[in-house]
Every structure is written in structure tokens, then in C-alpha cells.
Design a binder for this molecule. Structure first.
Ligand SMILES: NC(=O)c1ccc[n+]([C@@H]2O[C@H](COP(=O)([O-])OP(=O)(O)OC[C@H]3O[C@@H](n4cnc5c(N)ncnc54)[C@H](O)[C@@H]3O)[C@@H](O)[C@H]2O)c1
Ligand SMILES: [Zn+2]
Ligand SMILES: [Zn+2]
Length: 367
């Protein structure tokens, strides 16, 4: 069948919407009519080749929609079901078998390689030539996306699909870093560096978890204002104040947790230095491959501090997304406050507005 999809031809090129051919589904695959897709920073750094993923390709990995067809081996879902799509993993390697799918040893093949992990083929083609797709088991910048039974999660009827879409990456990354990895005791303190979609989701989750000092750090006043409205108890403008001193003061000597969600090496250094003894810094922001940061070894050593990477909030989407949807239904996760909606044809404008900082989480409406 023919579909419409946004293709990136080469490094830094704009998204161009084209007609592509979608081939036969495999037995374990599902066809989703995409209602909406968030744009994540990772889509843009792949377009720009900070990560050298194959091109030309269809990206997009925060899709939600409705099943229009399922492969012959799919048993748990049926056409007509409303779903959000999320990342893929092999399900068999050592981390996967311990429930740590986000650290699958074949994460690249399943999410970035942009072909089917089993045989390197693609469901999409252009003029008879294969087109890279299957990005995070979806390539959701399209009217239709092919996922797998294990990568889709049902969305409750009360949750609009255009709000559900970014839960599959940005929202679960910030929220899961707090709720799945840090698991703060009520009364803990946390500093979140970067008040984009990921950082703001972490602020919301810190509130749900009962953190009592939640400090948001950013360099943009409007984002700090929203962070405060979403539950940050204090905000620090890192362009005007030393964030380390400010966070240490606000948290009575140093934060229990910090999350680096900006991708800035300076922010990572500050996120480590603002911790109290035995504090934990989670790293989710993704700078270009090869970016280095220096740390004072004694900061880590003497206070027993921890610095660790976190992928996708260590979420198992089948379990975690329903919890987040219930927080949304309770009014505790008003993530639509950070979203701006665009028609699919405006994808380049949406990407530009995200990069300029004019909007926080652009969400494309496909129909
Ligand atoms: N680890 C993962 O699994 C994962 C998943 C999704 C996104 N990411 C990454 O997380 C990061 C955040 O994503 P996002 O969508 O929220 O991006 P975003 O660009 O919307 O947010 C980043 C924020 O950081 C702020 N910032 C820039 N420099 C800063 C500094 N020195 N100090 C404090 N704040 C600063 C920006 O003003 C912006 O508000 C990106 O690097 C993205 O690629 C990682
Ligand atoms: Zn695996
Ligand atoms: Zn993402």
C-alpha cells in the first residue's frame, strides 16, 4: 500500500513528505495508522548525524495511533485498538532477561539501524529501492508505522492519542529516571538540569514520588516558569547564577539526586558537583558522540557519589506507560502543558521551533 512519510535524504537536510510503498507485514508485526507523533531531540540529532545512523530514512519514535492490521502470530491486540509505540529490544540477551530491556546488547540493531533486526530488510521502499525505516520499531513520521507486538502499549480511551504519543520516549525517559531508577524516598531532594520535555517529566515524577525539594535548572526563563508551575519548588537560571552553589544552598548541603537532561557537558559537571554525599547523578542528555567531560575524582570518591547513564528511564513500556497514563487521568501528569501541536506538513517548522527553543514538545497530527 502507499503511505506518506517524512524522509531525511542526507545529513542536515529538511524533512520532505513523500509517497512510499509499504510492503507485507511479517507474522510478529503490526500496522499502526499513526494519529500523532512527538518530535524528540534524538530524531534531530540523527537527522544531523551526531549519531551516524543510515540515510535516507524515515525517523520518528514517539508515535501513537490505531491498529489497522496485525501479523498472523499476533494474539494480544486486535485491529481498532488504540496504542502508543515505544522502543524495541531483543528480549533474550543478558540485560533483557534481567528485565533491563533499555540496556539490550542489540539496542542499536533494534532501534537505530533502521532495518528489521532479523535480516536487515525494510518494510518501506521508494521506486523499488528499500528505504530505511523501523526506527525504534516505528518510524512514526508517517501516516502508517510498522511496530511489533512487544513494542506497542494500549492507550486508555480517556487519553487522547496526540497526548499519549510522547510518552513512548521523552516522557517515560524523564519520569522513569526518577520512578524506576532513583526511586526517591519521600522527602528527598532532586535537581533537574534542563527543563525540556525530559526534564519537566522528571519534575512531575519527583512530585508524584514525594520529593520535597525539586530544583529545576535551565537557561531559559519561560521554561523555568513552566517548571515551577509543574511542581518545581525552586528554579535556577544557570545563565545568571552558579547552579552548583544555588542547588547546594537550596538543598541544605547538596541534592540527593540530580538528573542531567540538557545534553550540555557543563550541566553534567554541575549536576555531579551539586550532589550531597552518596548522591546519585543520572545522565540522560545526549551530546554528540565523542563529547568528553572532566570531573574531580575526589568529588566522586570522598562522598561516595554515583554517576550513571539512563536509557528510556529504564522503562518497560508495557508496565510503565499504563502507570503514567493513570497519573495523567488523575491530573498529576499534565504533560500537554509542554506540547505544541502541528499538522504533519509543518514538520520542518515544528523541528525548527523545537531547536530554537520556541516550543518544548512539538507533536505532529497526521490526519
Ligand atoms: N537517555 C535517553 O534515553 C534519552 C531519551 C530521550 C531524550 N534524550 C536526550 O535528553 C535530552 C533532553 O531532551 P529534551 O527533549 O527534553 O530536549 P530539550 O532541548 O527540549 O531540553 C533541553 C533543555 O536544556 C536546557 N539547557 C541547555 N543548556 C543548559 C545548561 N547549561 N544548563 C541547564 N539547562 C540547559 C535548554 O534550554 C532546554 O530547555 C536531549 O539531549 C535528548 O537527546 C535521552
Ligand atoms: Zn536484549
Ligand atoms: Zn527520544
Amino acid at each position: 500500500m502507499k503511505i506518506r512519510a517524512a524522509v531525511v535524504e542526507e545529513q542536515g537536510a529538511p524533512f520532505t513528505i513523500e509517497e512510499l510503498e509499504l510492503g507485507e507485514l511479517r507474522p510478529d508485526e503490526v500496522l499502526v495508522e499513526v494519529a500523532a507523533s512527538g518530535i524528540c531531540h534524538t530524531d534531530l540529532i540523527c537527522r544531523d548525524q551526531w549519531l551516524s545512523v543510515p540515510l535516507p530514512a524515515v525517523r520518528g519514535h514517539e508515535g501513537a495511533g490505531v491498529f489497522s492490521a496485525v501479523g498472523s502470530a499476533v494474539t494480544t491486540i486486535a485491529p481498532g485498538d488504540r496504542v502508543a509505540m515505544s522502543y524495541d529490544a531483543c528480549g533474550r540477551c543478558e540485560p533483557c532477561s534481567r528485565g533491563l530491556r533499555a540496556y539490550c546488547v542489540s539496542f542499536w540493531e533494534h532501534n537505530f539501524a533502521s532495518t528489521r533486526p532479523a535480516d536487515g530488510s525494510s518494510v518501506l521502499s521508494r521506486n523499488g529501492m528499500p528505504m530505511h525505516a523501523h526506527f525504534f520499531a516505528q518510524s512514526s513520521f508517517a501516516t502508517h508505522a510498522v511496530g511489533r507486538e512487544s513494542t506497542v502499549v494500549k492507550v486508555p480511551d480517556e487519553v487522547p492519542l496526540e497526548i499519549a504519543a510522547p510518552f513512548g520516549c521523552g516522557i517515560q525517559t524523564g519520569a522513569g529516571s526518577v520512578l524506576n531508577v532513583f526511586r526517591p524516598q519521600a522527602g528527598s531532594s532532586i535537581a533537574v538540569f534542563g527543563a525540556g520535555a525530559v526534564g519537566l517529566a522528571a519534575v512531575l515524577a519527583a512530585r508524584v514520588a514525594g520529593c520535597t525539594e525539586i530544583v529545576a535548572v535551565d537557561v531559559r526563563a519561560n521554561r523555568l516558569e513552566l517548571a515551577r508551575e509543574l511542581g518545581a519548588t525552586s528554579v535556577v537560571d544557570a545563565s545568571a547564577h552558579d547552579p552548583v552553589r544555588a542547588v547546594r544552598k537550596l538543598t541544605g548541603g547538596g541534592a540527593t539526586f540530580s538528573l542531567e537532561a540538557s545534553g550540555s557537558p557543563d550541566a553534567l559537571r554541575a549536576a555531579v558537583d551539586c550532589l550531597g554525599n552518596t548522591g546519585v547523578c543520572g545522565v540522560v542528555g545526549a551530546p554528540a558522540v565523542g563529547t568528553e567531560v572532566s570531573l574531580d575524582v575526589n568529588t566522586i570518591l570522598v562522598g561516595g557519589r554515583v554517576v550513571r547513564g539512563i536509557i528510556e528511564g529504564e522503562s518497560i513500556p508495557a508496565h510503565f506507560l499504563p502507570r503514567l497514563f493513570s497519573f495523567w487521568q488523575d491530573g498529576r501528569f499534565p504533560v500537554e502543558r509542554m506540547m505544541t501541536f502541528y499538522d504533519f506538513d509543518q514538520i520542518d517548522q515544528a523541528a525548527h521551533d523545537a531547536e530554537s527553543g520556541a516550543v518544548i514538545k512539538p507533536v505532529l497530527r497526521m490526519s
